[in-house]
Design a protein around this ligand. Structure first.
Ligand code: NCD
Length: 314
């Protein structure tokens, strides 16, 4: 059983190509397990996983919960709206309280960039970042990579366009890092107001025009307009945004004929993506991304507890 050299999964930045490949290879095995009638293993039996989400989530929280349960862990979801956090408890106090209950895995989503890393320094167990502010969302990039690798057979040398609200997107940031590590070519397409300054330094080519940016792309990854993170006007109107940057069949014609469409969800139909394109099963991998999400998270939970499980077994 090969060990994973990191105690936590906080970001894609800093991971090595071989480590990402290790996660994806293991996740491929979990895809098979998840397609069987009996989806359960007792690998993590006796271990406790706490999901601590300070921000809304459907896919990520459910998927981490299923992943833990399918591996036999005891999974607890802590709701931040009904906990003492509402009474003003600080993040660090919450972390210390949870730590005293001796969890083995903490899955954390927080609205501030860096909060999950800060919390990881205060606890004794493995911490998985389920999204911190605009910073990173590592398991999303891993599940996207698994989806691409399974459909296209590789990641290296593919051209991937990440389109829309890149500025506020932790999904984009994690994907830019991962795709660069794995040797893919990254393009960012969006209005100048929604592309971060210095994006080229992250290893991406920037386009402000969809038709130009999509030319010859293998993958078209659409992002939601994250209005909850916007203070002020970043675009004139939703209809103008859709006509310039929304993915419809007309704009898609510029990409390769077999280009695959992706979206991390939640999707806003008619804003960043046309409903017919999103539902086109021959082109869109959106449902497959959700399926891969469970497998990738199982792989991460498995790898991050290996050292501990090995230690106890010997
Ligand atoms: C994303 C997130 O929360 O960063 N959603 C997800 O995890 N699938 C993207 C988004 O909210 O738009």
């Amino acid at each position: 059983m090969s060990l994973f050299p990191h105690p936590h999964l906080l970001a894609i930045e800093g991971l090595k190509e071989a480590e990402i490949t290790q996660i994806l290879d293991l996740a491929d095995e979990y895809v098979e397990q998840n397609r069987r009638t009996n989806k359960k293993k007792d690998l993590l039996s006796g271990l406790t996983q706490i999901n601590l989400f300070f921000e809304n989530s459907t896919r990520t929280r459910m998927s981490f919960e299923l992943a833990g349960k399918r591996l036999g862990a005891d999974v607890i979801n802590m709701s931040t709206s009904t906990s003492s956090i509402k009474k003003g408890e600080t993040l660090i106090d919450t972390a210390s309280t949870l730590n005293a209950m001796r969890p083995d895995l903490l899955v954390v989503r927080h609205g501030s960039s860096g909060a999950v890393k800060l919390l990881s320094r205060k606890v004794d167990c493995a911490v998985l970042n389920a999204g911190d502010g605009k910073h990173e969302h590592p398991t999303q990039a891993l599940l996207d990579a698994l989806t691409i690798r399974r459909r296209k057979g590789r990641l290296a040398r593919l051209t991937v366009a990440i389109c829309g609200d890149v500025l506020h997107s932790r999904v984009a940031r994690s994907n830019i890092h991962l795709l660069n590590i794995m040797g893919a070519r990254v393009r960012l397409i969006g209005p100048p107001t929604l592309i971060p300054a210095g994006a080229e330094r992250l290893g991406a080519e920037v386009f402000y025009n969809m038709e130009e940016g999509l030319k010859g792309c293998d993958i078209v990854m659409m992002l939601r307009l994250q209005t909850e993170r916007m203070h002020g006007g970043y675009f004139p109107s939703v209809s103008e945004y859709f006509s310039l940057y929304g993915l419809d069949y007309e704009k898609l014609k510029n990409a390769k004929e077999d280009a695959m469409i992706m979206h991390p969800g939640p999707m806003n139909r008619g804003v960043e993506i046309d409903a017919a394109v999103a539902d086109d099963l021959t082109r869109s991998a959106i449902q497959e991304q959700v399926e891969m999400g469970v497998a990738v998270r199982m792989a991460c939970l498995d790898l991050l507890t290996r050292g501990k499980r090995e230690g106890e077994a010997s």
